[in-house]
Ligand binder design. Structure first.
Ligand SMILES: Nc1nc2c(c(=O)[nH]1)N[C@H]1C(S)=C(S)[C@@H](COP(=O)(O)OP(=O)(O)OC[C@H]3O[C@@H](n4cnc5c(=O)[nH]c(N)nc54)[C@H](O)[C@@H]3O)O[C@H]1N2
Ligand SMILES: Nc1nc2c(c(=O)[nH]1)N[C@H]1C(S)=C(S)[C@@H](COP(=O)(O)OP(=O)(O)OC[C@H]3O[C@@H](n4cnc5c(=O)[nH]c(N)nc54)[C@H](O)[C@@H]3O)O[C@H]1N2
Ligand SMILES: [Mo]
Length: 762
């Protein structure tokens, strides 16, 4: 397919990785003028004596002796370790109204925030404020609320365990469970659905398991861009001869072939390692149907095998000892018709039978998945199907087997472990009450979408954001941005300027914090923080760079400052002492969660840290019955999706972005350079509308009243996608995602299957 005539669109024929990746790192460091500091920093990313890379939550290999190359980790570090600064004189030169006209890249590219700033309506500018005055203003605003539930405590998943624990202590002591967090937009279906299936909302595998798997199933994740260090693991597995099955509507280059920048031979000979042994271009939102099809094959073949005395296909010993619910699942599968399965997943029965054959032959299988599975209506129920598939052959809780959700932010899993959760367990709250002598609220708090609704309706008046870019990451910016403008006070703890900071209500504060790469010096000396990766490994992270400004405070110090201002000088929590030495915060985390964190301060001093207990890894199922559960698929919530001329839009990350942070405008592996205003479409879907590649098109949300939600003037780019599926970049296309279009169970927006109509640009 040729798009040669579209400016900036040209096919990329090479493998992922390779020289292109090395060149991109050089460019990122140069652009950010971060060569010296960033270059030194890179050598310490994910090393026992260094800091945890803010790029992703993939774990580190035990033998961290060699420098693990990661292009996008390098970009994340360079972006934070930049020598550019957004100082008060910058804010004096530019009004907030003017800054709102800047794009997301240019806003963050101003550089690191250096001073606490407060919005001034008269001049429409952010002006400097002292830390003490900022804290007083926050304390006053919170104390003035009629109900603690009028405050929203948002967290993005970069905060350390220490910052997150103090943050949830502040909110709970204040009296609310309103902790919307980025997990609500990300892996929440994992957090709510996996506990039903296996008793824990986290992955069950360790990195070592990948050395023993003979089959790896990759559903809806793009590791070449989003978890680049995982490519080393997949490459090793492929070279060993493990089968790697990929399920993705797009043909992602890194999942096809990868050249390791660490392999002198591949670099010198321009060769690459094939990754996927089999590539299945499942239709958007079709994964649960596909997995049901595979399970239907397995169950049928097992019945046949038993009748004929052949070796069974299912692991009956495991099923009998460890599970409940197979009969109901089997009955459900028996009732499914093949044409419906084929139609829903976009794959023919023969290919589904092929998957079943490969899976049935495997002795140890790992199933990995990302946002392609979690950001849909009915996503929680789809996650149950992934667990079902593994349980059928006893593929959880033994070497080389298990489930591997690929988490997003580098500490999003840890933040949840230490209490940033709008629906905390009674056991956690009781422990908080015991340790702190408080009465924590029992009412559930708001998810991200519920927080937006509360702001919209005037039920929420104060918003505090511990990192992130709340309004731009959320769906439907029209409604979300208007909701932010109704606030009495918004407080943004941040490293860099973004659009959320510019949405003014009555008052706004911008509070600059240290980044993970920086030295964190407190009264008790140089501090380390701790983080938990996707595989439940907790380890220390120590910054090495000189802070971007000597006016910055650490996140724990900012949270403590707010808490002191809210609770007053007589509050019994020794906030200042806790910040002086983070060991004291960790001792409190251990006191609240002894079964997870016993010996916390000693164990993080061992290089590599320690693994939290993971029941399913030991075949311990903390479900109501004490067994793992087979659960049938819940009926799809909205039958209108994908009907008639409605297409399903999936919103993606380019290779040059970190969520709402846009490093640059290239998406190398998908062949797009210097622009992001593209929509990837199957040429037949274009032709059916009298359109062709290169045409200017409009996308309109299919079921929004009066076509209000639209993204106009995009360029159509031909792509090998299943019919009825289109793809475009996030956050530019978030207007097409409805706030109420979400997974019922978890509240996660359906960012990966927005129903849209496509037409020539008006
Ligand atoms: N460099 C970089 N690293 C990151 C991030 C970043 O933005 N940049 N973000 C971080 C965060 S917070 C997260 S959550 C992770 C995200 O990491 P991923 O989960 O890899 O995120 P996405 O880019 O959203 O891509 C998901 C993949 O799902 C596919 N897909 C879309 N719809 C479907 C579907 O219906 N079914 C299937 N099977 N596949 C589908 C897409 O084609 C794409 O390949 O990465 C983290 N790491
Ligand atoms: N359409 C669509 N929307 C999506 C998604 C999608 O796939 N499609 N993905 C969703 C997902 S998975 C997620 S996780 C969310 C992400 O939502 P968020 O986590 O809210 O967004 P980020 O873009 O990661 O936040 C970037 C900002 O974080 C701040 N920051 C960076 N480092 C630090 C730090 O160390 N400390 C502090 N305090 N601040 C820091 C900077 O100011 C930066 O501007 O977006 C969601 N939105
Ligand atoms: Mo995420």
């Amino acid at each position: 397919m040729s798009d040669d005539t579209i400016e900036g669109v040209r096919p990329y024929h090479g493998p992922a990785g390779g020289w292109g990746a090395l060149k991109a790192v050089g460019r990122a460091l140069a652009d950010q003028k971060a060569v010296v500091e960033g270059g030194r920093s890179l050598l310490h990313a994910n090393k026992p004596d260094g800091f945890d890379c803010p790029g992703c939550a993939w774990p580190d290999p035990k033998h961290t002796a060699s420098f693990e190359f990661c292009e996008n980790g390098a970009k994340a570090v360079a972006w934070e370790a930049t020598s550019k600064r957004a100082r008060p004189d910058f804010f004096a030169r530019h009004s907030v109204t003017e800054l709102l006209s800047w794009n997301d890249h240019d806003l963050e590219d101003v550089g690191r925030l250096t001073h606490p700033m407060a919005y001034d309506h008269a001049s429409d500018r952010y002006l400097p404020i002292s830390w003490a005055d900022a804290f007083d203003q926050i304390g006053g605003a919170l104390r003035a609320l009629e109900s603690p539930d009028q405050a929203e405590f948002y967290a993005s998943g970069r905060a350390s365990n220490e910052a997150a624990f103090l943050y949830q202590l502040l909110g709970r002591k204040f009296g609310t469970n309103n902790f919307p967090d980025c997990s609500n937009m990300c892996h929440e279906p994992t957090s709510v659905a996996l506990p039903d299936s296996i008793g824990l909302g986290k992955g069950s595998v360790t990195l070592e398991d990948f050395d023993h798997a003979d089959l790896i199933l990759c559903f809806g994740h793009n590791p070449g861009t989003n978890h680049p260090r995982m490519m080393a693991t997949l490459r090793e597995a492929a070279r060993r001869g493990a089968a790697i099955l990929v399920f993705n509507p797009l043909r992602e280059r890194a999942l096809e072939r990868f050249a390791s920048p660490q392999d002198p031979k591949e670099m010198a000979t321009l060769t690459a390692t094939p990754i996927a042994s089999h590539y299945y271009q499942v239709a958007i939102g079709g994964d649960a149907a596909l997995v049901e099809g595979v399970m239907k094959c397995l169950v049928t073949r097992d019945e046949e095998a038993r009748r004929s005395g052949a070796e069974p296909v299912l692991d009956h010993g495991f099923i009998a000892e460890h599970t409940l619910g197979l009969e109901a699942l089997a009955a459900h599968l028996a009732g499914l018709e093949w044409p419906a399965i084929e139609q829903r997943c976009g794959l023919e029965r023969a290919r589904i039978e092929e998957i079943a054959t490969i899976y049935a032959r495997s002795k140890a299988a790992i199933l990995c998945y990302g946002m392609g599975l979690t950001q849909h209506r009915n996503a929680s129920s789809s996650i149950h199907q992934l667990a079902n598939l593994l349980l059928l052959r006893g593929n959880i809780g033994r070497p080389g087997a298990g489930i591997c959700p690929l988490r997003g932010h580098s500490n999003v899993q840890g933040d949840r472990t230490v209490g940033v959760w709008e629906k905390p367990t009674e056991a956690f709250l009781a422990a908080m009450d015991r340790v702190f002598g408080i009465v924590s609220p029992r009412r559930h708090g708001h998810t991200v979408v519920e927080a937006i609704e509360a702001m919209e309706q005037g039920r929420a008046k104060v918003f505090i954001g511990l990192g992130g870019n709340f309004a731009i990451a959320a769906p439907d910016p029209g409604r979300t941005c208007a909701a932010m403008r109704r606030l009495e006070l918004s407080v943004h703890v941040a490293t860099k300027l973004n659009r959320t900071h510019l949405l003014q209500g009555r008052a706004s504060l911008l509070l600059p914090c240290l980044g993970r790469t920086e030295i964190d010096l407190q009264a008790g000396g140089r501090q380390a923080v701790t983080v938990e990766d996707s595989m439940s490994m907790v380890h220390a992270s120590r910054g090495l760079n000189t802070p971007a400004a000597d006016t910055l405070l650490s996140e724990p110090a900012i949270v403590a400052g707010m808490a002191r201002a809210v609770f007053g000088p007589d509050d019994p929590v020794p906030w200042e002492d806790l910040v002086a030495d983070y060991d004291r915060i960790r001792a409190l985390i251990e006191a609240v969660l002894p079964e997870l964190f016993s010996g916390y301060n000693d164990r993080i001093r061992v290089p590599g840290g320690f693994r939290l207990p993971v029941g399913p890894s030991e075949r311990v199922w903390k479900t109501a019955s004490g067994k793992a559960h087979f659960l049938p698929l819940a009926p799809a919530a909205d039958p209108r999706r994908g009907q008639g001329d409605v297409l399903l839009l999936t919103t993606l990350r380019s290779h040059d972005q970190y969520n709402t942070t846009i490093y640059g405008n290239d998406d190398r592996y998908r062949g797009v350079f210097g622009r992001r205003d593209v929509v990837f479409v199957n040429p037949a879907d274009l032709a059916a509308r009298g359109l062709k590649a290169g045409d200017l098109i409009d996308l309109v949300a299919a079921f929004a009243p009066s076509g209000q939600r639209a993204v106009r003037g995009m360029v159509a780019v031909a792509m090998d996608l299943p019919r009825g599926c289109v793809a475009a970049y996030y956050p530019e296309t978030n207007a097409l995602v409805g706030l109420d279009d979400r997974d019922e169970r978890s509240g996660t927006p359906a960012y990966k299957s927005a129903p849209v109509r496509l037409s020539a640009a008006a």
